[in-house]
Design a protein around this ligand. Structure first.
Ligand code: UDP
Length: 325
């Protein structure tokens, strides 16, 4: 197949590009490099451009007949989305609409969308399945939900089939050590902890130790990046076979507390580092765990890197290889 990966120079996108290329697909990345890195695109062609730029899209779609588009090119900082919502609505919603309209124009029928657990907002129950009420509590979550709604309407009206994959906490790195997580600024727990372990950061701060959880720290569902990517490939194959749109929650179904992630990281890295307890971060629910039964049943998805140790080992290898250079 020929697949356009929008945002293929970012964390999840670059792993997806590799997995698709190694499964004998022809992959082209479109990325404006606002958050991604040129050297993260190890496979296929990289087109530097914006998904909201019609000229770039016309050129691409005239030149190539894509079987599908996968879209990873969104801003993802919850805090920033509160302070600067315009940036989020513009890129995550408006630019995505430009891409979808181009797909309709060029009759490309299959779209895989990176969605998020943030569309659900404060959990009403846990683990969270697809039936959970959708009530995002920040602009980031709202932009993702808006696109999900847009996709329903584009299916009804234009026959554009989509699968929305709601990630819980993507973590880990390419087991080959070729790719990894490189956000700037970094806000995610696992890379921040490993920066403390490698000495690139003075400490790791725990945002709140007074949550109603076993050890008082927040519980999240960490799912390995390769398992997430695998779900995209399975979702695309299923959508092409059934001709139906779908939505799936993706997580391991197992929650780990911030403290457990820190303890496991110390064990895996063999390093001790400073841990500082600070105030809660605004908008953090105590527990966010996915019920991925639907993805397991319908896609036959079965996460292979489901041990926290393995997830952290791959991320630690990346931290050591890449940042020690
Ligand atoms: N967290 C923390 N210290 C940090 C970064 C994150 O204690 O420096 C906590 C955060 O409050 C949340 C969990 O780690 O409970 C995962 O946060 P992350 O930002 O990685 O992902 P999120 O769950 O917000 O998508």
């Amino acid at each position: 197949m020929k697949i356009l990966v929008v945002g293929g120079a970012g964390y999840i996108g670059s792993h997806m590009v590799k997995q698709l290329a190694l499964s004998n697909n022809e992959v082209i990345t479109l990325d404006n490099l606002s958050c991604g890195y040129k050297d993260a695109v190890k496979y296929g062609e990289l087109v530097i451009g914006d998904l909201g730029d019609n000229n770039v899209l016309n050129q691409l779609f005239n030149q190539h007949k894509f079987d599908a588009v996968m879209h990873f090119a969104a801003f993802i900082e919850v805090g920033e989305s509160v302070i600067n919502p315009g940036k989020y609505y513009h890129n995550n919603v408006c630019n995505t609409q430009v891409l979808l309209d181009a797909m309709v124009k060029y009759d490309i029928k299959h779209f895989i969308f990176s969605s998020t657990a943030a569309i659900f907002g404060e959990p009403q129950y846990t683990p969270i399945n697809e039936a959970h009420p959708q009530n995002p509590i920040n602009p980031y979550g709202r932009t993702k939900l808006m696109v999900e709604h847009m996709l329903e309407d584009y299916d009804t009206a234009y026959g554009l089939k989509s699968t929305c994959l709601r990630y819980f906490n993507a973590a880990g790195a390419d087991p080959d050590g070729e790719l990894g997580e490189r956000h700037n600024p970094e806000s995610h727990l696992v890379p921040l902890i490993l920066q403390a372990a490698s000495g690139r950061r003075a400490d790791i701060k725990i945002f709140g130790q007074d949550y109603p959880t076993e050890d008082g720290t927040c519980v999240r569902d960490y799912v390995h990046i390769n398992d997430l990517c695998e779900a995209h490939s399975l979702a695309l194959a299923k959508m092409q076979k059934t001709g139906s749109s779908a939505r799936y929650n993706l997580g391991n179904g197992k929650g780990f507390s911030v403290q457990q992630v820190i303890d496991t990281s110390k064990k895996v890295s063999g390093k001790d580092f400073n841990v500082v307890i600070t105030d809660r971060r605004a908008g953090d629910p105590a527990v966010l765990v996915a019920d991925s039964t639907l993805a397991r049943d319908e896609l036959n998805w079965s996460p292979k890197f489901d041990q926290l140790e393995t997830i952290i080992e791959t991320a630690w290898q990346w931290e050591m290889n890449f940042f020690a250079q």
